[in-house]
Design a protein around this ligand. Structure first.
Ligand code: HEM
Length: 463
């Protein structure tokens, strides 16, 4: 039994006001167990509380150290992109930012990155060079195994409680888990061994210091290998593709709206200038930048659909006229889509499908959002709200600032993507009002099917 909702009041009850009546549930947990074990993302009840309390301290400070990590990997990514642009080829921005966020996240979590950027950038699929291109398998091994494992885990959702029958002979996720563990296991074992040798952390009060990685922070509170393994992997999953998704669709929309790109660039040059590294305060002070990110999160929420399971009988009500109260019996699967909710004209106004960052700055805030804050839920809400929200805003802002310091125009090149990228009738669908020219797809998180191929103009070249 399942039901589907896009009602803000229902979602508010599921996530916040009736929090104890809903959980991820045994089906979701079993579907995700091969990949995520029992970490924070995949636990309920006391186990979830334990994991959340262990990870939370690490996110409670806006650590300056993140910016060093972002800067190194952003500069590496943008340097590679500029070199490729000079040769006249379009770049798959989605691929580039996925490597940027993977290298940043692994360094932030483990203190060591997977060097996915060192594999080099792919050429457009139909180009001669794409056929000749050889990638570095080791550098891509982790990324492709991680993608495969996520996709296979998400597919299990289609079969609900019967998913295990589909994988009666082989666990499809487990087969790729080895490539993921090949990277993680030596780092964890090394860190645990060093801790044991040095007796580091003894008498430690568990406080997080500026230099701590999530791994070193976890080692201060537990020696349990499985807990540390699952926790770091869960946070990698939660934090990596979500930020890559937002950066992908932000650039797509900036390419489609040169006026918005120009205004954003003016703010960046005004606050940070053309070369300086943005600081934490710079990022906080850029109101238009924040509005562009929020508008991207509204139209393209990285977690477009989510699920909970009722643990006891509950009645869901809604203020929306015509919505009758809904009885939800214990055991019912409740699917909710913030993607659809974020595009509803009755909640966001007649221009809901338009990309317009000003809706987060002008009178529309008072009209729509302030009286009904649950209409905007990219990070969820309630006790399980995203732990990495601030980290994500910092990382995404940092990359956009660094990019637009160097680039003054962006051209979307859908003709370069694989031929099958846009299905017939897609752009005329009522859900996009003819404004979406990329094919949105989703495994656990949303992505642009076929990639996001763009060309960019280097700022210095024209100024
Ligand atoms: C644009 C970026 C991001 C978006 C839109 C996002 C969104 C979300 C959403 C919707 C959830 C709730 C999932 C659920 O309960 O079913 C969540 C949970 C979580 N997120 Fe994020 N996230 C982002 C970035 C990050 C980053 C960068 C990190 C960490 C580095 C992170 C860490 C987490 C964790 C640990 C949870 C689990 C919280 C819990 O279950 O108690 N997220 N995120």
């Amino acid at each position: 039994m399942q039901f589907f909702t896009v009602e803000p009041d229902h979602i508010k009850a599921i996530l916040a006001t009736e929090f104890t009546s809903f959980e991820k549930g045994p089906t979701f947990r079993s579907q995700m167990k091969s990949l995520l074990g029992v970490g924070v993302f995949n636990a309920d009840g006391d186990m979830w509380k334990f994991h959340r309390s262990m990870a939370r301290p690490f996110f409670s400070k806006d650590r300056i150290g993140h910016f060093d990590i972002f800067d190194r990997h952003a500069q590496d990514a943008l340097r590679q992109m500029r070199t490729r642009m000079k040769s006249g080829y379009a770049v798959d921005w989605q691929d580039l930012v996925s490597r940027f966020t993977l290298d940043s996240a692994t360094e932030f979590l483990f203190g060591r990155d997977v060097h996915s950027l060192s594999a080099g950038l792919p050429y457009p699929p139909e180009s001669e060079l794409a056929r000749l291109q050889t990638t570095t398998p080791e550098a891509d091994e982790f990324a492709s195994a991680f993608l495969w494992a996520q996709t296979a885990s998400a597919k299990r959702g289609r079969y609900q409680g019967l998913w295990a029958l589909q994988e009666f002979w082989t666990d499809k996720v487990q087969s790729r888990k080895a490539a993921i563990d090949k990277f993680i296991n030596p780092i964890l074992l090394d860190a645990i061994q060093k801790k044991n040798e040095n007796e580091k952390g003894q008498g430690d009060d568990g406080k997080v210091s500026e230099e701590d990685t999530l791994l070193s922070q976890l080692l201060k509170v537990t020696d349990d290998y499985n807990i540390i393994h699952d926790e770091t992997l869960n946070i990698l999953l939660a934090g990596r593709d979500t930020t890559a998704c937002t950066l992908t669709f932000a650039i797509y929309r900036l390419a489609e709206h040169p006026d918005i790109l120009k205004r954003l660039r003016e703010e960046i040059l005004d606050v940070v200038g053309p070369t300086r590294r943005p600081s934490y305060d710079d990022v906080r002070n850029m109101k238009f930048l924040r509005a562009v990110i929020n508008e991207t999160l509204r139209l393209y929420p990285p977690v477009p659909v989510n699920v909970r399971c009722a643990v006891k009988d509950t009645v869901l009500t809604s203020k929306t006229p015509g919505e009758t109260p809904l009885f939800v019996p214990a055991g019912m699967r409740c699917i909710y889509s913030v993607f659809v909710m974020h595009r509803r004209k009755d909640l966001w106004g007649p221009d809901a499908l338009k990309f317009d960052p000003d809706r987060f700055l002008d009178e529309r805030v008072q009209k729509y959002l302030t009286p009904n804050p649950f209409i905007f839920l990219p990070f969820n809400a309630g006790p399980r709200i995203c732990l990495g929200q601030q980290f994500a805003y910092n990382e995404m802002s940092f990359m956009l600032v660094r990019l637009l310091q160097q680039v003054s125009a962006i051209e979307f090149c859908p003709e370069v993507a694989p031929a099958s990228t846009i299905p017939p009738g897609y752009t005329d669908s009522p859900g996009s009002d003819g404004t979406d020219r990329v094919w949105m797809a989703s495994h656990l998180t949303m992505y642009a099917r076929g990639g996001l191929w763009v060309k960019m103009t280097e700022a210095q070249a024209e100024e």
